[in-house]
Design a protein around this ligand. Sequence first.
Ligand code: N01
Length: 551
Amino acid sequence: MPDLEEQHPNAAGGGDFDVVVVGAGFAGMYMLHRLRGLGFSTRVLEAGNGVGGTWYWNRYPGARCDIESMQYSYQFSDELQQEWEWTERYAAQPEILRYANHVAERFDLRRDIEFDSRVRSAVYDDRSGRWTLETDSGRSGRRYSASYCVMATGCLSSPNNPRFPGMEHFEGPTYHTGQWPHEGVDFTGKRVAVIGTGSSAIQSIPIIAEQAAHLFVFQRTPNYAIPAHNAPLDPEYQRDFKARYPEFRARAKQMPTGVAFDYRDVSALEATPEERQEEYEKRWGRGGLAFLGGFKDLLFVKEANDTAAEFVRARIREKVQDPEVAELLCPTNIIGCKRLCVDIGYYETYNRPNVTLIDVSREPVEEITANGVRARGEEVAVDAIVLATGFDAMTGALLKIDIRGRGGLALAEKWNGGPRTYLGLCSAGFPNLFMITGPGSPSVLTNMIPSIEQHVDWIANCLAHLREEGFAEIEPTIEAEDAWVQHVNDVADLSLRSTCSSWYIGANVPGKPRVFMPYIGGFPAYVKKCEEVAAEGYAGFELAGARAAAE
Ligand code: N01
């Protein structure tokens, strides 16, 4: 039976619309639903052959969400959140993709989505005030014209493919976790190299190790992982959660991360060592990202952070039998500085006789040969290579598109020193262009689906306002944008998170400007700011068009 996502009655190509949305992940789907409800003619252009975005592409073994299923879901429709039954505490990729397909069916979204349509350019015409988008689809590409353009292109959707010397000579297959083959990969009896030890590697390594004849993991930097303690969802728990959904959702909105979990307003440094140990043990026992919610200063004060980091290092040393391997797996940097990982049997996997950890922290991978990977002066022969090397985060997918605003200004040129936005929603010089969870918004530091909903609602209300008030154009002022960028940088400087080489600051992609990209001031402060801006008649934006001309 073909995949559900391959049975879509596809929308026809090209044409003129009120709004073109790029991407049919959770952001693009809900944007379409809202715009339709407001009567805007809308077309969604999607590079893949189905909905789901991140969850469409990331099909690597073990791919799973690190936010609990009951919260990693839409809340715009109570019927939807009541009827969908999650099966596990943390949903696996196939289940989340089924959910995305269910949403597409339930709200009849596919008729306005064009699949297999990768947008290559989006160009603003100063005279007509319209955007023209071109795709790679069809024999010579297709053209779309729209008053408004919404980029729902995702934060972690442009794979980072380091160019190791000699890659083209490798005789076996190479897979990137973020572009995994739909038919899956059987590693049975194979010698496999995994390069990278971020979340994607930490999820896939235990499963690949079960299949492979031998697995070689090339680690540049070790990561902290907290056990998931994943389990089937107790139907009683799910019923109770659903009965109290408004309460949980409201509580989540008050949390910096947008996730309702147990956060304590207590300093780690003011607690006794016994109290800290007890708290960390309790949270280690419960599992998941809430580990860092135990004390309020963990992400702000190095000495506080050290206490949590040392706790996790001690657990790694307990789990990994070979002390040398355990030491290599123990991170020495700030815990939570890079995104914390949630694992299922990751560290224990290194106790298997068919798994070898290779440290490439001091000397990088030298080259890929016809037969394998050369590192530390030795060639490791493998049959397949897995690149778990992450993404050109937050800006990669946007800058892959040739986006040009007023006077032909290229977004890539404007952002060559790092992204500049007002609220992560818009950028000066690019009228009527919106980004969903763009750089400068909380996005990746929060629960993505509620953050997406907040952005989509803001954009939908903004477009309705423009129509009602007779405006045709909206663009942030450079002053408002500069002030926001400054604020984003100022709050980032308060957090330990801005101090390490993570993809949050673009450090994983050679040559990328180092700027802390997401807004770290927390979901509630951010939402308040967006609401104030709208309530003040879109303060910080210039509105233009028929009504502005008449005034
Ligand atoms: O990518 P990463 P990811 N030579 O950038 C290494 C989300 N996500 O796909 O740390 C050797 O974290 C790199 O090394 P280093 C989540 O937000 C969520 O794993 O740069 N190694 C690192 O070890 C996550 O944070 C889930 O020194 C190289 C690894 O590759 C984000 O996506 C699951 C290298 C990349 O790790 C990205 O995670 C999966 C090189 N040249 C992902 N280049 C959930 O649970 C890079 N590396 C929801």
